[in-house]
Design a protein around this ligand. Structure first.
Ligand SMILES: Nc1ncnc2c1ncn2[C@@H]1O[C@H](COP(=O)(O)OP(=O)(O)OP(=O)(O)O)[C@@H](O)[C@H]1O
Length: 316
């Protein structure tokens, strides 16, 4: 069959995983995973350590063979791409540098081993913000500079798709802001970007979509906003027990709020402030706070993961 790669100015390659499964001996690292990653968006690939993120990325990159299922890039498996380094850039391990090499020489070495033209090295160094440090040995680089070099290396083939494993790991807030700008720039050009992280808050400002994994299984996929949960009303009162009773008697779903201490709070899901205020007023409950609220994204993420992990435990 003839292999046709779209010209890179068309970009727009979708990633599709279908029933992807990987066993390592008796360990099921990836379990019947199906989801898609859209071009022109940054997708966060999230899950706790050991959830199966790296294994999935390695299968997408043809570095591991799935036990069953498929992973395709623009409809093709990695192995069938005619010019894979120009289609997919990968940053899988930020620490695998020869410490005695300069960044420029590292990129030259990458070009030579991947059969890529060296003409993009200066452009990539600029893109990664490493022009001034290009001729320094990588052994003296900070973690953030190594992450930049990993990202730069992934861009050498001017790929349509970027797969990055924990690119925000160890970055300071300035580094995370830089990463956000870098990835935004790349998706604005129509590229497909998938970034893994075990901490949502590290990439929360960076991603458009999320794919959440736990114990190798898909837990949730959707736009980032889909994690903001159901809106609600936060209530603080010195008599929270009575507030809870009045609200549940009126049929509202009441959850514990985040704050602990002398004035703890509860959250009434799906209610408007007026409705909650009227009920508490009628029940003579003293109020210290009544405010509309959205669930914190990280809280939703952690809850989804722990529910999924518990379901796996129960199913065993
Ligand atoms: N080569 C291997 N041989 C045996 N087990 C493996 C191998 N690679 C991964 N695993 C196991 O597969 C599961 C998923 O690991 P994986 O590295 O894909 O998770 P992860 O989500 O990337 O986590 P981390 O953030 O810690 O890298 C883990 O239980 C891990 O121990």
């Amino acid at each position: 069959m003839e292999q046709i790669d779209a010209p890179s100015d068309l970009r727009g390659r979708r990633l599709e995983l279908s029933g992807l499964t990987k066993w390592f001996g008796s360990v099921k690292a990836v379990d019947d995973l199906s989801f898609a990653v859209e071009p022109g968006r940054v997708t966060g690939f999230l899950g706790p350590n050991g959830a199966g993120k790296t294994t999935t990325l390695r299968m997408l990159l043809g570095l591991l063979t799935p036990t069953s299922g498929t992973a395709t890039i623009g409809g093709q498996s990695y192995a069938s791409l005619r010019d894979p380094l120009r289609v997919v850039g990968a940053g899988l391990d930020g620490s695998s540098f020869h410490p005695g090499r300069t960044a420029r020489n590292h990129l030259r070495w990458m070009c030579a081993s991947g059969g890529l033209d060296q003409g993009r090295i200066d452009e990539v160094l600029t893109l990664a913000g490493l022009t001034g440090a290009a001729d320094r040995r990588v052994g003296g680089y900070s973690l953030g500079m190594r992450q930049r070099l990993t990202l730069g290396g992934a861009m050498l083939g001017d790929p349509d798709v970027l797969l990055l494993d924990e690119p925000a790991n160890g970055l300071d807030p300035e580094g995370i802001a830089w990463l956000r700008g870098y990835l935004r720039h790349l998706t604005a050009e129509g590229r497909t970007v998938l970034v893994s992280s075990h901490v949502l808050s590290e990439v929360q400002q960076t991603v458009d979509d999320v794919v959440i994994l736990a114990r190798g299984r898909l837990v949730h996929t959707g736009p980032l906003e889909s994690l903001s949960g159901e809106p609600g009303v936060t209530v603080r009162s010195p008599d929270l027990a009575r507030a809870r009773d009045a609200l549940t008697a009126a049929g509202w779903r009441v959850e514990e709020g985040a704050a602990a201490g002398p004035d703890p709070e509860l959250v009434v899901r799906g209610a408007a402030t007026g409705q909650v205020g009227d009920i508490l007023h009628a029940a003579n409950v003293p109020l210290h706070l009544l405010a509309p609220t959205h669930q914190d994204l990280e809280t939703t993420f952690l809850r989804m993961v722990s529910d999924a992990e518990r379901a796996v435990e129960v199913g065993r």
